[in-house]
Design a protein around this ligand. Structure first.
Ligand code: NCD
Length: 341
């Protein structure tokens, strides 16, 4: 599997409902808007004193994180719990994979425990798609970030945050700044923004942090931060993802900060009401100044809160779509058996 891997559309049932959530590629504006509207309706649940709805009662959700995570893993767990699901968090480093069990065997064992949904983060692009199509197709699979390929729930929580602050996508100019090359977040955000109708998506980075085929990104490329940030409505800063870097792609962190780090001065090049976003974890003084991260234009913590509502939306929609399909399959099988008799 490589990073340019493009899954075929296996994430919808025959009524066009979600049953897996693997990528935003191929999902239309109507469906993305349904996710945002459903998430909106869950925001209120998070503000109640008893933060629960029974939509996933009796269902079992397994969090399978093969890569480090704080926000994504914990907001998936909270989202599942607020939907009343039972949640298992598998600690990969202490699981039997460390005794040599293969991924497929481990997943089939979890499926044999009547799990309904796997939330998967994996360093390999395409791993969640492989699990959904080849390993456990009866279990709904939600991609929590795969390699450099996609991070669709992150992009949707970012879209919810943008919609809350800007009202709509029409006419918006969005700049995504920093390590585009290694960023699954940037790839999913660009797809979401284009589908939802943003006027312009820019990527701002040195050539060493851009993919070789920038045309395939679907965004306007700027090497110069002043030009790239001019009059934008939204700035998304990205972390330098050193764990995915092979060799030195930068002269130094100081040099990167000087040219691309979001300081108050650079923020001044954007529209006065521009919002500042970051998927986290933030590295202060590397890609963003503390005064900006904690400043009045920053919506970074709103993104985290919105992550719960968006994940509740995606999980409940996918469980619904999967249940419809399973029920249909069961009634067709019952009919077939009746006909044989
Ligand atoms: C991002 C990720 O893991 O892709 N973080 C996240 O999910 N909030 C971005 C990153 O690690 O820099």
């Amino acid at each position: 599997m490589n990073d340019s891997f493009r899954p075929k559309q296996i994430q919808l049932n025959r009524y066009g409902q979600l049953k897996h959530f693997l990528t935003l590629d191929g999902l239309d504006k109507l469906l993305l808007t349904e996710i945002l509207d459903t998430a909106d309706s869950f925001i209120e649940v998070g503000e109640r004193s008893i933060k629960k709805v029974p939509l996933l009662r009796g269902k079992t959700v397994v969090n399978l994180f093969f890569e480090a995570s704080t926000r994504t893993r914990s907001t998936f767990e909270l989202a599942a719990k607020r939907l009343s699901a039972d949640v298992l968090n598998i600690n990969i480093s202490t699981s039997a994979t460390s005794k040599g069990e293969s991924l497929s065997d481990m997943l089939q064992n979890l499926e044999a425990m009547a799990s309904d949904m796997f939330v998967v983060r994996h360093a390999q692009s395409g791993a969640p798609h492989f699990i959904a199509s080849a390993v456990t197709p009866q279990v709904s699979i939600i991609n929590a970030g795969d390699g450099r390929h996609a991070h669709p729930t992150q992009a949707m929580l970012d879209m919810l945050t943008i919609r809350q602050h800007k009202g709509q996508f029409d006419g918006l100019v969005v700049a995504i700044v920093g390590d585009i090359l290694h960023s699954r977040v940037a790839r999913s955000q660009i797809q979401a923004l284009r589908t939802l109708g943003a006027a312009e998506v820019r990527v701002v980075a040195p050539n060493t942090l851009l993919p070789s085929d920038t045309d395939a990104l679907g965004a306007r490329v700027y090497n110069d931060a002043r030009a790239g940030l001019r009059d934008v409505d939204v700035i998304v800063m990205l972390r330098l993802q050193k764990e995915r870097m092979e060799g030195a792609l930068l002269p130094s962190e100081n040099e990167f900060y000087r040219l691309y780090g979001l300081t108050d001065e650079k923020l001044g090049w954007a529209k006065p009401d521009a919002i500042v976003m970051h998927p986290g974890p933030i590295n202060r003084g590397v890609e963003i100044a503390s005064s900006v991260a904690d400043g009045s234009q920053s919506v970074i913590l709103n993104q985290v809160t919105n992550g719960i509502a968006v994940r509740m939306a995606v999980m409940s929609m996918a469980m619904g779509g999967m249940t419809v399909e399973k029920n249909e399959l069961a009634s067709t099988q019952a009919e077939l058996t009746a006909n044989v008799r």
